[in-house]
Design a protein around this ligand. Sequence first.
Ligand code: ARG
Length: 459
Amino acid sequence: MTKKLWGSRFKKPTSAIADRFTSSISFDKRLAIYDIKGSIAHAKMLGKCKIIPSPESKKIVSGLEKLLAKLHSGSFKFDYNAEDIHTNIQNCLAKMIGLVADKLHTARSRNDQVTLDVRMYCKDIIDSLNYEVNLLGKQILNFAKQNIDCIIPAYTHLQPAQPVLLAHYLLAYLQMLERDKARLQFARESSDVMPLGSCALAGTGLPIDRFFVAKQLGFKKVSENSVDAVSDRDFVLDLLSALVILSVHLSRIAEDLILWSTKEFDIIDIDWSLCTGSSIMPHKKNPDCLELIRGTCGKIQSDLSAVLIMLKGLPLSYNRDMQLDKEPLFDAVERIDQMLEVFQEIFKAIKINQAKLKEKLADESLYSVDIVEYLITKGLSYRKAHDTVGKLVKDVLDNGKQIKDLNIDELRKFSPVFDNNVFDLLDAQVSVNRKTTFGSTSKKNVLLALKKMQAKVGA
Ligand code: ARG
């Protein structure tokens, strides 16, 4: 094992198995950039507050900047024998600038350092996830606009219910994604608190300037309690919760598309490039990408559960258990990122089967609520109108007929208020455009809603 940050007090070296078991470098190396940036701000502050001489602070900062450049160029070599990312950076710096590197850890503990790094990671990653969610939103919005006149039968209980504009349906997805963006923003706010200076848990007597560090690193707030600062992982839970709900949304959208692309529904076609075949059945075209989106949602839920369970019985303040927040966090972030990317591709290339839609929209049961509303406007009570249409529907179905084949006298057997314009209701476009109240599916409403959504997701 490479030199440890705490080795000298130890009576004998740690065993190889303990080293392997406690090591986190294989995953916390993702925090390298934040660890270095945090250290640069900390070193500048130590110099400014005259806790270390200014030339030494400068030397440390310039060494760290070189490490940062190496990291960006890909030439930084991680030492997998060094316990964690903090040890890695510290040891590399020492190799580069010598003994003065030892002063970097003044008024700092890995307890406040690690949570600083993770908070910085969360803020960055939330910005990029937000961007990706928004890109997907744009993709869906474009798809909606391109198909503005397309009407689909929508379902409740997976039974045909009422026709709606496809764009209206897609705008429901966009509402979901807007709420996801708001939840991500909330998680960003709760990450945006600078914990450095809390040290191990008690704070420090050295005259540090925590607000200077926060400003350097672009944090909005400084943590208000040193014990809380090293114990708190709520911001990780906030982000994971936002990701779980986002993944549930992605999974539900995936399920819609899977259903719609089955032979049974057959109303959309997913591009070949995003499907896979079967090793035994030559005819197959399976929507595996969508299925994996649906499946991965479960993995992300388990990531949130893992962190919740890890935290639930922990006494304050820092405990090593908390190292286990990172793999689930990174896992959820990286999977969601892929899911969002795949989804963008899928929406780019969905084809609509207009002929099939026309066939499905010929199902008169889709218009039964319109007939009920028509009867209500003719003076019938809701209950009477519902009963009347119920009997009408039963009768035509029992006799293998359709409402449109009845004449007005036959219709009036069910209610004398029927007149000829009831037949106009058996039409998808008429049905959709009757839904004029705020939030309903008429084309006029949907055009306005698209405009409003456009303003949210940007051009
Ligand atoms: N790898 C640790 C973590 O992720 C870093 C902090 C270690 N602190 C300590 N006192 N051992 O939480």
